[in-house]
Every structure is written in C-alpha cells, then in structure tokens.
Design a protein around this ligand. Structure first.
Ligand SMILES: Nc1ncnc2c1ncn2[C@@H]1O[C@H](COP(=O)(O)OP(=O)(O)OP(=O)(O)O)[C@@H](O)[C@H]1O
Length: 361
C-alpha cells in the first residue's frame, strides 16, 4: 500500500496529494500540467517533496528526515518512449533490469516474462530492428525483470498509434492481473483508463483526488476529456451468448443488460459504456418499445445544466447512472429526488468499442 501525504511547490505550481493507493492499477488522470508526472517523480524518488510523507507497505520512503534514493525503492518505471539501450540486444536490455538486484532477490524468470509479453522471438535483436510496439513490450519486460514492488507507467502508450495501442493493452492487463504488483499509470486516454483502471486519481490544477469507484471516476473522466461523449460505465459480467438472435447477455448490479454479440467468454468482467444522451427516462415501464435494456432505480440528484437540460443521477441498486432530459420533460414527468424511474437504452447504443474487458475479481 502506497501512502502519500505531500505538498510540493515548483515555480508557480503547487501539487497537493493525500492518497492511499492499494493493489491493482491506479490511473492518474488530468489535464496537461495538472501534476501527474510530478507525483510520479515524487513516488520514484526523483523529486523530494517540500513537505509531507511517502511510505510504501509501512516503509518510509520520504519524510522530513528520510529520503530513500530511487534505487532503494525497488520501482519499475516505463516511460512514454521505451528508452531501451540501442547498443544492447533485447535479452541484454531485459537482463539490465535486474542488474541492481542482489542475486538472491532476482525473482523473475526471463523466459516467463518474454513469453508473457510475446517477445521470445525477438531476444537476439537490437532495438533499431523492433517496431514501436515491440520496443514498448521490451521496456515493460525490462521493468518487470527488476522484480519491482511498484510499477510506474507514465503514458506508456501515448507514442503509439491506435492499432499498436490495442496490441499492447492486453499485455498491460496481463501484468496487472498476473504479477500482483501495484501500478500507477498516467494516461490522458479514457479508453485506457476504462479498460485498465481498478482505481482512479484525478488531477485538477495540482490537487490530486482519489475518486471512489472506477465507474464513477470514468463518468467524470469521460466528460472532462471530451474523448467520449458524457456517459456511464456500467460494471457487468458476461452471462451468456444468445445464438438465436446474436446478442450477448451481461449482469450488472443494476440488472441484466443485452449487448451486441461479443466474443468475450462467459464470466468476463466488463465495463459497458452507455452514452448519457442515449438513455430515455420513463416513470412507468412501458410496453411496445424496442429498447431492450430497462434498468430501474431512484433519483438521487437533479442538476440543472446550461441550455435548458437537467442531469439526473439515478441509483440503480448501487450502480449510479446518469441521464439527461430537457427541463420540459423534467416538468412533465414531475421528476424529483427519491422518485422511482426506469432507464431505457437500446442494445445498439453500446458500441463494440464501448465494451472494456476488466480484470477478474
Ligand atoms: N522544474 C520545474 N520548475 C517549475 N515548474 C515546473 C517544473 N517541472 C514542472 N513544472 C510545472 O509543474 C506543473 C505540473 O507539471 P507535470 O509535468 O507534473 O504535469 P502533468 O500533469 O504530468 O502534465 P502532462 O500531462 O503534460 O505531462 C506544470 O505547470 C509545469 O509547468
């Protein structure tokens, strides 16, 4: 567990963070210049914070009198561009990762890591003979070879194009799921956060805030980034594939959901993205509608927005969902906090890119 309570000023900018981060992958998300890299550098021991403490699993890394240098923290660091050593082969780059470790502490097996990352056939090559995606997989392998207690990834995919990113994401998922090493992951991409994060910290002008559940954080993140329309991320588990009509069923806390046919196996945990604008609010469960998805819950919040609309937050059995209606609909339906409503959306509102596979729980 990483505990961080710090304040650090650099020029006109001040970073403040009071965080407790556990297992899994914590995404650090925020606008450019909001302090994500500064936080990563403080954790890595590259910056000593002006005030406060950093500790990991009970060991103090930084306080008023202690400042552990980076190599004593056992951290793996993966940068935007892999920063491989050009004169070393892939296998030598991987071995370099463990050079600072005493022999007795070398836990990682090179063959296992190479096979996990799909780089076994590349071991004899030099970085100049690798693609961008292959280089980044080697960089991940080198970080793992150091048997790190914590992995820091600072936008590891941002230098890659969309297709390459999609190839690397499953490897990062495997690291998250199979290594049991906590990961701090800086990203500007909602898609990466939706797919990878088990926790989210948002950054706003130097203020770092842990946001409760990832699905709530993602609603904030997707709105802030403009990358996706405002939407809901519903956590669900694939329950079955309906061969007769080509649909896939999933079960969320809010109830069953029908998706377009997916190739994900039964039991897979997913986050399902449903755009706010695709949700229809009804006070009665009507018949004769084509929308296959009908979830119900109680209104917990009504917030007026610019442009004559109202944002509703509905608690559907513990799954918060956001919908937007016009003021006119809000008045006509007499929507008010505490009222029970039904939320309808079409299966086709869930794009195949809006289905994000999750770590098993
Ligand atoms: N050495 C420094 N001296 C003074 N100001 C600095 C220094 N390093 C960074 N800053 C400022 O601190 C702020 C936070 O920078 P940081 O790199 O942590 O942001 P970030 O959220 O990682 O941004 P990006 O997403 O663009 O990488 C910025 O306003 C930056 O200009």
């Amino acid at each position: 567990m990483l505990e961080l309570s710090i304040r650090h000023r650099q020029g006109d900018f001040t970073l403040e963070a009071d965080l407790v981060l556990g297992e899994g992958l914590t995404a650090l998300f925020g606008a450019s210049g909001s302090g994500k890299t500064t936080l990563i550098n403080i954790v890595a021991g590259l910056i000593r914070p002006e005030a406060g403490n950093v500790s990991f699993n009970g060991e103090t890394w930084s306080d008023a009198s202690i400042f552990l240098p980076p190599h004593r923290r056992r951290i793996g660091y993966v940068f935007q561009e892999g920063r491989l050593f050009p004169h070393l082969t892939v296998v030598q780059n991987l071995r370099y990762g463990e050079r600072l470790l005493p022999r007795a502490e070398r836990r990682e097996d090179l063959d296992r890591i190479a096979s996990l990352l799909g780089i076994t056939d590349l071991l004899a090559r030099r970085p100049s003979h690798l693609s961008g995606g292959e280089k980044q997989r080697v960089a991940l392998g080198r970080a793992l070879m150091a048997s790190p207690k914590l992995l820091l990834m600072d936008e590891p995919l941002s230098a890659l194009d969309g297709a390459l990113k999609a190839q690397i994401l499953p490897y990062i998922e495997r690291i998250r799921d199979e290594f049991g090493v906590p990961i701090l992951y800086v990203s500007h991409s909602v898609e990466e956060v939706a797919r990878l994060a088990t926790a989210v910290v948002t950054f706003d002008a130097g203020r770092a805030t842990a946001v409760g559940r990832p699905d709530e954080a993602l609603a904030i993140v997707s709105q802030a980034s403009g990358e996706l329309p405002a939407g809901n991320f519903i956590e669900a588990e694939i329950t079955g594939h309906h061969e007769d009509d080509g649909l896939t069923g999933a079960l969320s806390r809010a109830g069953p959901i029908l998706l377009r046919r997916s190739s994900l196996p039964v039991g897979t945990h997913v986050r399902v993205f449903v755009p706010v604008s695709d949700i229809v609010v009804a006070t009665e469960a009507g018949e004769g509608l084509s929308a296959l998805n009908r979830l119900s819950g109680h209104i917990v919040d009504l917030a007026e927005r610019d442009g004559g609309s109202v944002t509703l937050t509905v608690n559907c059995h513990g799954q918060p969902l956001i919908a937007e209606v016009t003021w006119r609909s809000c008045r006509q339906l007499a929507l008010a906090p505490g009222m029970r409503v039904h939320l309808l959306f079409k299966t086709v509102s869930i794009a195949s890119e809006g289905l994000f596979r999750q770590a098993p729980r």
